[in-house]
Design a protein around this ligand. Structure first.
Ligand SMILES: Cc1ncc(COP(=O)(O)O)c(C=O)c1O
Length: 420
């Protein structure tokens, strides 16, 4: 076997050393080939919300497997896809009545961007082709997603020359609770961008309430309310990328609910299929859907990934949503938030710039990324799997985590600094 046949993500392969081979997993625990076990503090990039190897999700997949693993949605129906579309319409904020499935968070965002642009094209507003987005945003790794992610400091800046030039608003960083003066400045800056660019803008895309991979920046629902009003005033669609925030992460089922703002288009992934199969759903309001609904065939939405509406993925998503409802996950998330606040918020150290907690998200931001060098091995030696990036040491655990498991995570995070 070639030692580097497998090319790893976001990694310089020349220095890469991967010592942990996962052979099985259960609950929040990864079992390694060397016999060691690790509590997963990041839920496999935040998607494994029900924990690993969940019996209910396992049986949803195996039962569906005995019927049909995959069938295309081009001209054929399948029951799990139909049922999941209806369920998502039922549980998302009122007005989001139509669901377009695709294969991953990035593709779900691409679908949202294309949907917004074609919506205006279909109405003859052909100049509306650009997207307003936020500095420090992260919306995925494909070309359209990279164009709306941070273009200067983000990981994709070397592609700037080939990306569609989009319009960037300053990052909302008024803190929580909001610093009034700063929040007003930020919404004023946003308003000026709408005024200047609205004729060319198809949509404004945001990760609502928390910018995830751009630095776990938490901001107020009041910014989103102002954004919604501006979108309405200037005829610009509002897209919520809830790939990370959806399914409970901020403390409500969706950040849109917590903010009490309904977008025109909303993207879900990660928690939707909870680490079993990759899938995404892009939801649209009836107004958006009707922009495509016509006797003219050329106004049909021009997208259709091979795996959209995959029955296995839809079956596991339905089972996951049922679990969420039956097992009172929102209470579990509330308890996680309280514990994270109790165990982390008051922690200080000269290397630390800020500690932030919202829902089942906690981040320790350091002044200098070098102060996190070595923490991964330090935590692994204490039975915890952490994966910091840049200046951010974070946890976004599965919601089924037990208090003592969560304490093991917060202890690994804080003891590192005491050990420095
Ligand atoms: C907010 C947000 N959007 C989109 C994506 C991309 O999702 P995927 O990795 O499934 O393509 C991510 C992934 O981290 C994300 O956090």
């Amino acid at each position: 076997m070639h030692p580097q046949a497998l090319w790893y993500p976001y990694a310089q392969m020349k220095n890469l050393e991967i010592n942990h081979e996962v052979v099985s997993a259960k609950g929040v625990t990864l079992q390694l080939a060397n016999g060691q076990s690790l509590i997963d503090a990041v839920a496999s990039w935040w998607c494994v919300i029900h924990g690993y190897n969940h019996p209910k999700l396992n049986s949803a997949v195996t039962e569906q497997l005995h019927n049909v693993a995959h069938v295309m949605l081009g001209g054929l129906k399948n029951r799990p896809a139909d049922e999941l579309a209806q369920k998502l319409v039922d549980i998302t904020p009122e007005g989001l009545n139509h669901v377009f499935f695709s294969d991953s968070g990035s593709v779900g965002v691409e679908v949202a961007l294309k949907m917004a642009i074609q919506y205006w094209q279909n109405q003859g507003k052909t100049q509306k082709q650009r997207i307003l987005t936020l500095k420090k945003a992260y919306h995925g790794d494909t070309t359209g997603c990279m164009s709306v992610s941070d273009c200067d400091e983000g990981m994709h800046h070397m592609f700037n020359g080939v990306l569609m030039p989009q319009i960037f608003a300053p990052q909302p960083c008024h803190g929580s609770p909001a610093d009034e003066a700063k929040l007003n400045q930020e919404t004023e800056a946003l308003s000026q961008l709408f005024e200047q660019h609205h004729e060319e803008l198809a949509a404004f895309i945001v990760e609502p309430l928390v910018q995830g991979a751009g630095g776990f920046n938490i901001y107020s629902e009041r910014y989103l309310k102002a954004a919604k009003a501006l979108c309405k005033q200037y005829q610009v669609l509002l897209i919520f990328d809830e790939v990370a925030t959806g399914f409970g992460r901020t403390g409500e089922m969706f950040a849109a609910e917590k903010a009490q703002v309904t977008p025109d288009i909303m993207v879900l992934s990660k928690g939707l299929t909870a680490g079993y199969l990759s899938h995404a759903a892009t939801l649209a309001t009836t107004q958006v859907f009707n922009g495509f609904y016509d006797d003219d065939a050329s106004k049909a939405f021009m997208h259709g990934p091979t795996y959209m509406g995959n029955p296995l993925a839809c079956a596991v998503a339905l089972a996951g949503i049922e679990l969420f409802e039956q097992e009172n996950y929102l209470q579990k998330i509330n308890d996680i938030e309280k514990q994270l606040k109790r165990e982390l918020l008051s922690f200080t150290h000269p290397s630390i710039r800020e500690v932030r907690v919202l829902g089942a998200i906690a981040v320790i931001e350091v002044h200098d990324a070098s102060s996190l060098k070595g923490i991964q091995d330090f935590a692994a030696n204490r039975g915890v799997w952490l994966r910091p990036f840049e200046n951010y040491l974070y946890t976004m655990p599965a919601y089924i985590i037990k208090p003592e498991e969560l304490s093991a995570i917060t202890q690994a995070m804080t003891e590192w600094f005491l050990n420095e």
